[in-house]
Ligand binder design. Structure first.
Ligand SMILES: Cc1ncc(COP(=O)(O)O)c(CN[C@H](C(=O)O)[C@H](C)O)c1O
Length: 344
């Protein structure tokens, strides 16, 4: 039985063109810097983001964790939004791998205010850790795939520069943000010192993310990747997909956003389901089903019986994520099923 899989854009499968490219990829030992396809992908990623250098990493989590390791020293404090992926879903990695502590700030729509960030930066005091990094997430996953406004990005960078603190952007879905804003991704990337972005989500590559920044930063990050066992060998088979992801798949994300919008507007018409349409800007829709008198796990089981996959939860929030494998017909069928199941 085939399913309509709305759990995440991480479930995307490589395109036929990617499979062909994998088969034909020129490869070499990347630890020696000799994989021509990885080298080309890293050059492309740096150029597209307007940064000096890039590093191919195995996942978004690895990219974020290496960024924190590279920017900080053990004992430092870093500032993040309280629902960010780095805090919520990276297994406590910043503590275990970097030995840093987190100062989390709640941000409306997932974005911390520059005022709250500035107020959280530690002054010099014998009792205090040093604040050594500000992490932002764009788009913001748990806020519903929301896009950070450029003026807020600019003000955040200005605060960071005032104190000489680098900004790392978890840009897992940065191309979704650029699509929503209708800007070149460089216009977003210029407000961060380092950016991690995923090839393996909406861009459909089977594996991998990129970390970009200055050459000095990436050289140091490459050593941390090796330390974590991420020294890849003939990784050109995977990098070949990343090249296609950047050349082709960044251009179709608008379709995912349109599908998410159709889904959100349909769900908003169901009285027992609550959602803030202002947060539906890209490919993620998060709604509150408490009006259905069931939790996310029960809702997920109900949909699964009708051939639809969403992640369950023991609370009343349900997330739907559109992607390359989801058509408009899938969305209309999903709405039909939910309307039927909720109007008993
Ligand atoms: C903003 C952001 N940054 C980083 C990551 C980590 O990427 P991977 O480690 O899964 O490649 C994710 C993945 N997000 C996944 C998902 O959304 O289904 C899960 C929650 O890990 C992410 O959403």
């Amino acid at each position: 039985m085939s399913f309509i899989d709305l759990r995440s854009d991480t479930v995307t499968l490589p395109t036929p063109e990617m499979r062909e490219a994998m088969y034909k990829a020129e490869v070499g030992d990347d630890v020696y810097g000799e994989d021509p396809t990885v080298n080309r992908l890293e050059e492309m990623a740096a150029e597209i983001m307007g940064k000096e250098a890039a590093l191919f990493v195995t996942s978004g989590t690895q990219g974020n964790q290496i960024a924190v390791m590279t920017h900080t020293q053990p004992g430092d404090e870093i500032i993040l939004e309280e629902r960010s992926h780095i805090i919520t879903y990276e297994v406590g990695g910043i503590g275990r791998l970097s030995g840093v502590q987190a100062k989390t700030i709640y941000g409306k729509y997932g974005f911390m205010s520059p005022e709250d960030i500035e107020a959280s930066i530690r002054e010099e005091n014998i009792h205090y850790p040093r604040t050594s990094l500000i992490c932002i997430e764009n788009t913001h996953n748990r806020a519903g795939g929301t896009v950070m406004p450029l003026n807020l990005l600019k003000k955040t960078k200005e605060v960071a520069e005032k104190y000489g603190i680098p900004v790392h952007m978890d840009g897992a879905r940065i191309f979704n943000a650029a699509t929503y804003l209708g800007v070149d991704v460089k216009e977003i990337a210029k407000y961060a010192d380092s950016i991690m972005f995923c090839l393996s989500k909406g861009l459909c590559a089977p594996v991998g993310s990129m970390l970009v920044g200055t050459k000095k930063f990436i050289d140091k990050a490459r050593k941390f990747r090796k330390m974590l066992g991420g020294g890849l060998r003939q990784a050109g088979f995977l990098a070949a997909c990343g090249i296609i992801a950047l050349e082709k798949m960044t251009k179709r994300l608008k379709e995912d956003h349109e599908n998410a919008r159709i889904l959100a507007e349909g769900l908003a018409k169901i009285p027992a389901i609550a959602l803030d349409l202002n947060t539906v800007q890209t490919n993620i829709v998060i709604c509150d089903i408490s009006g259905l008198k069931m939790n996310g796990n029960e809702f997920s089981k109900m949909l699964l019986k009708n051939g639809i996959k969403v992640n369950g939860s023991n609370n009343s929030y349900v997330r739907f994520v559109t992607h390359y494998g989801i058509s408009k017909e899938d969305i209309l069928y999903t709405l039909e099923v939910i309307e039927k199941l909720t109007t008993i």
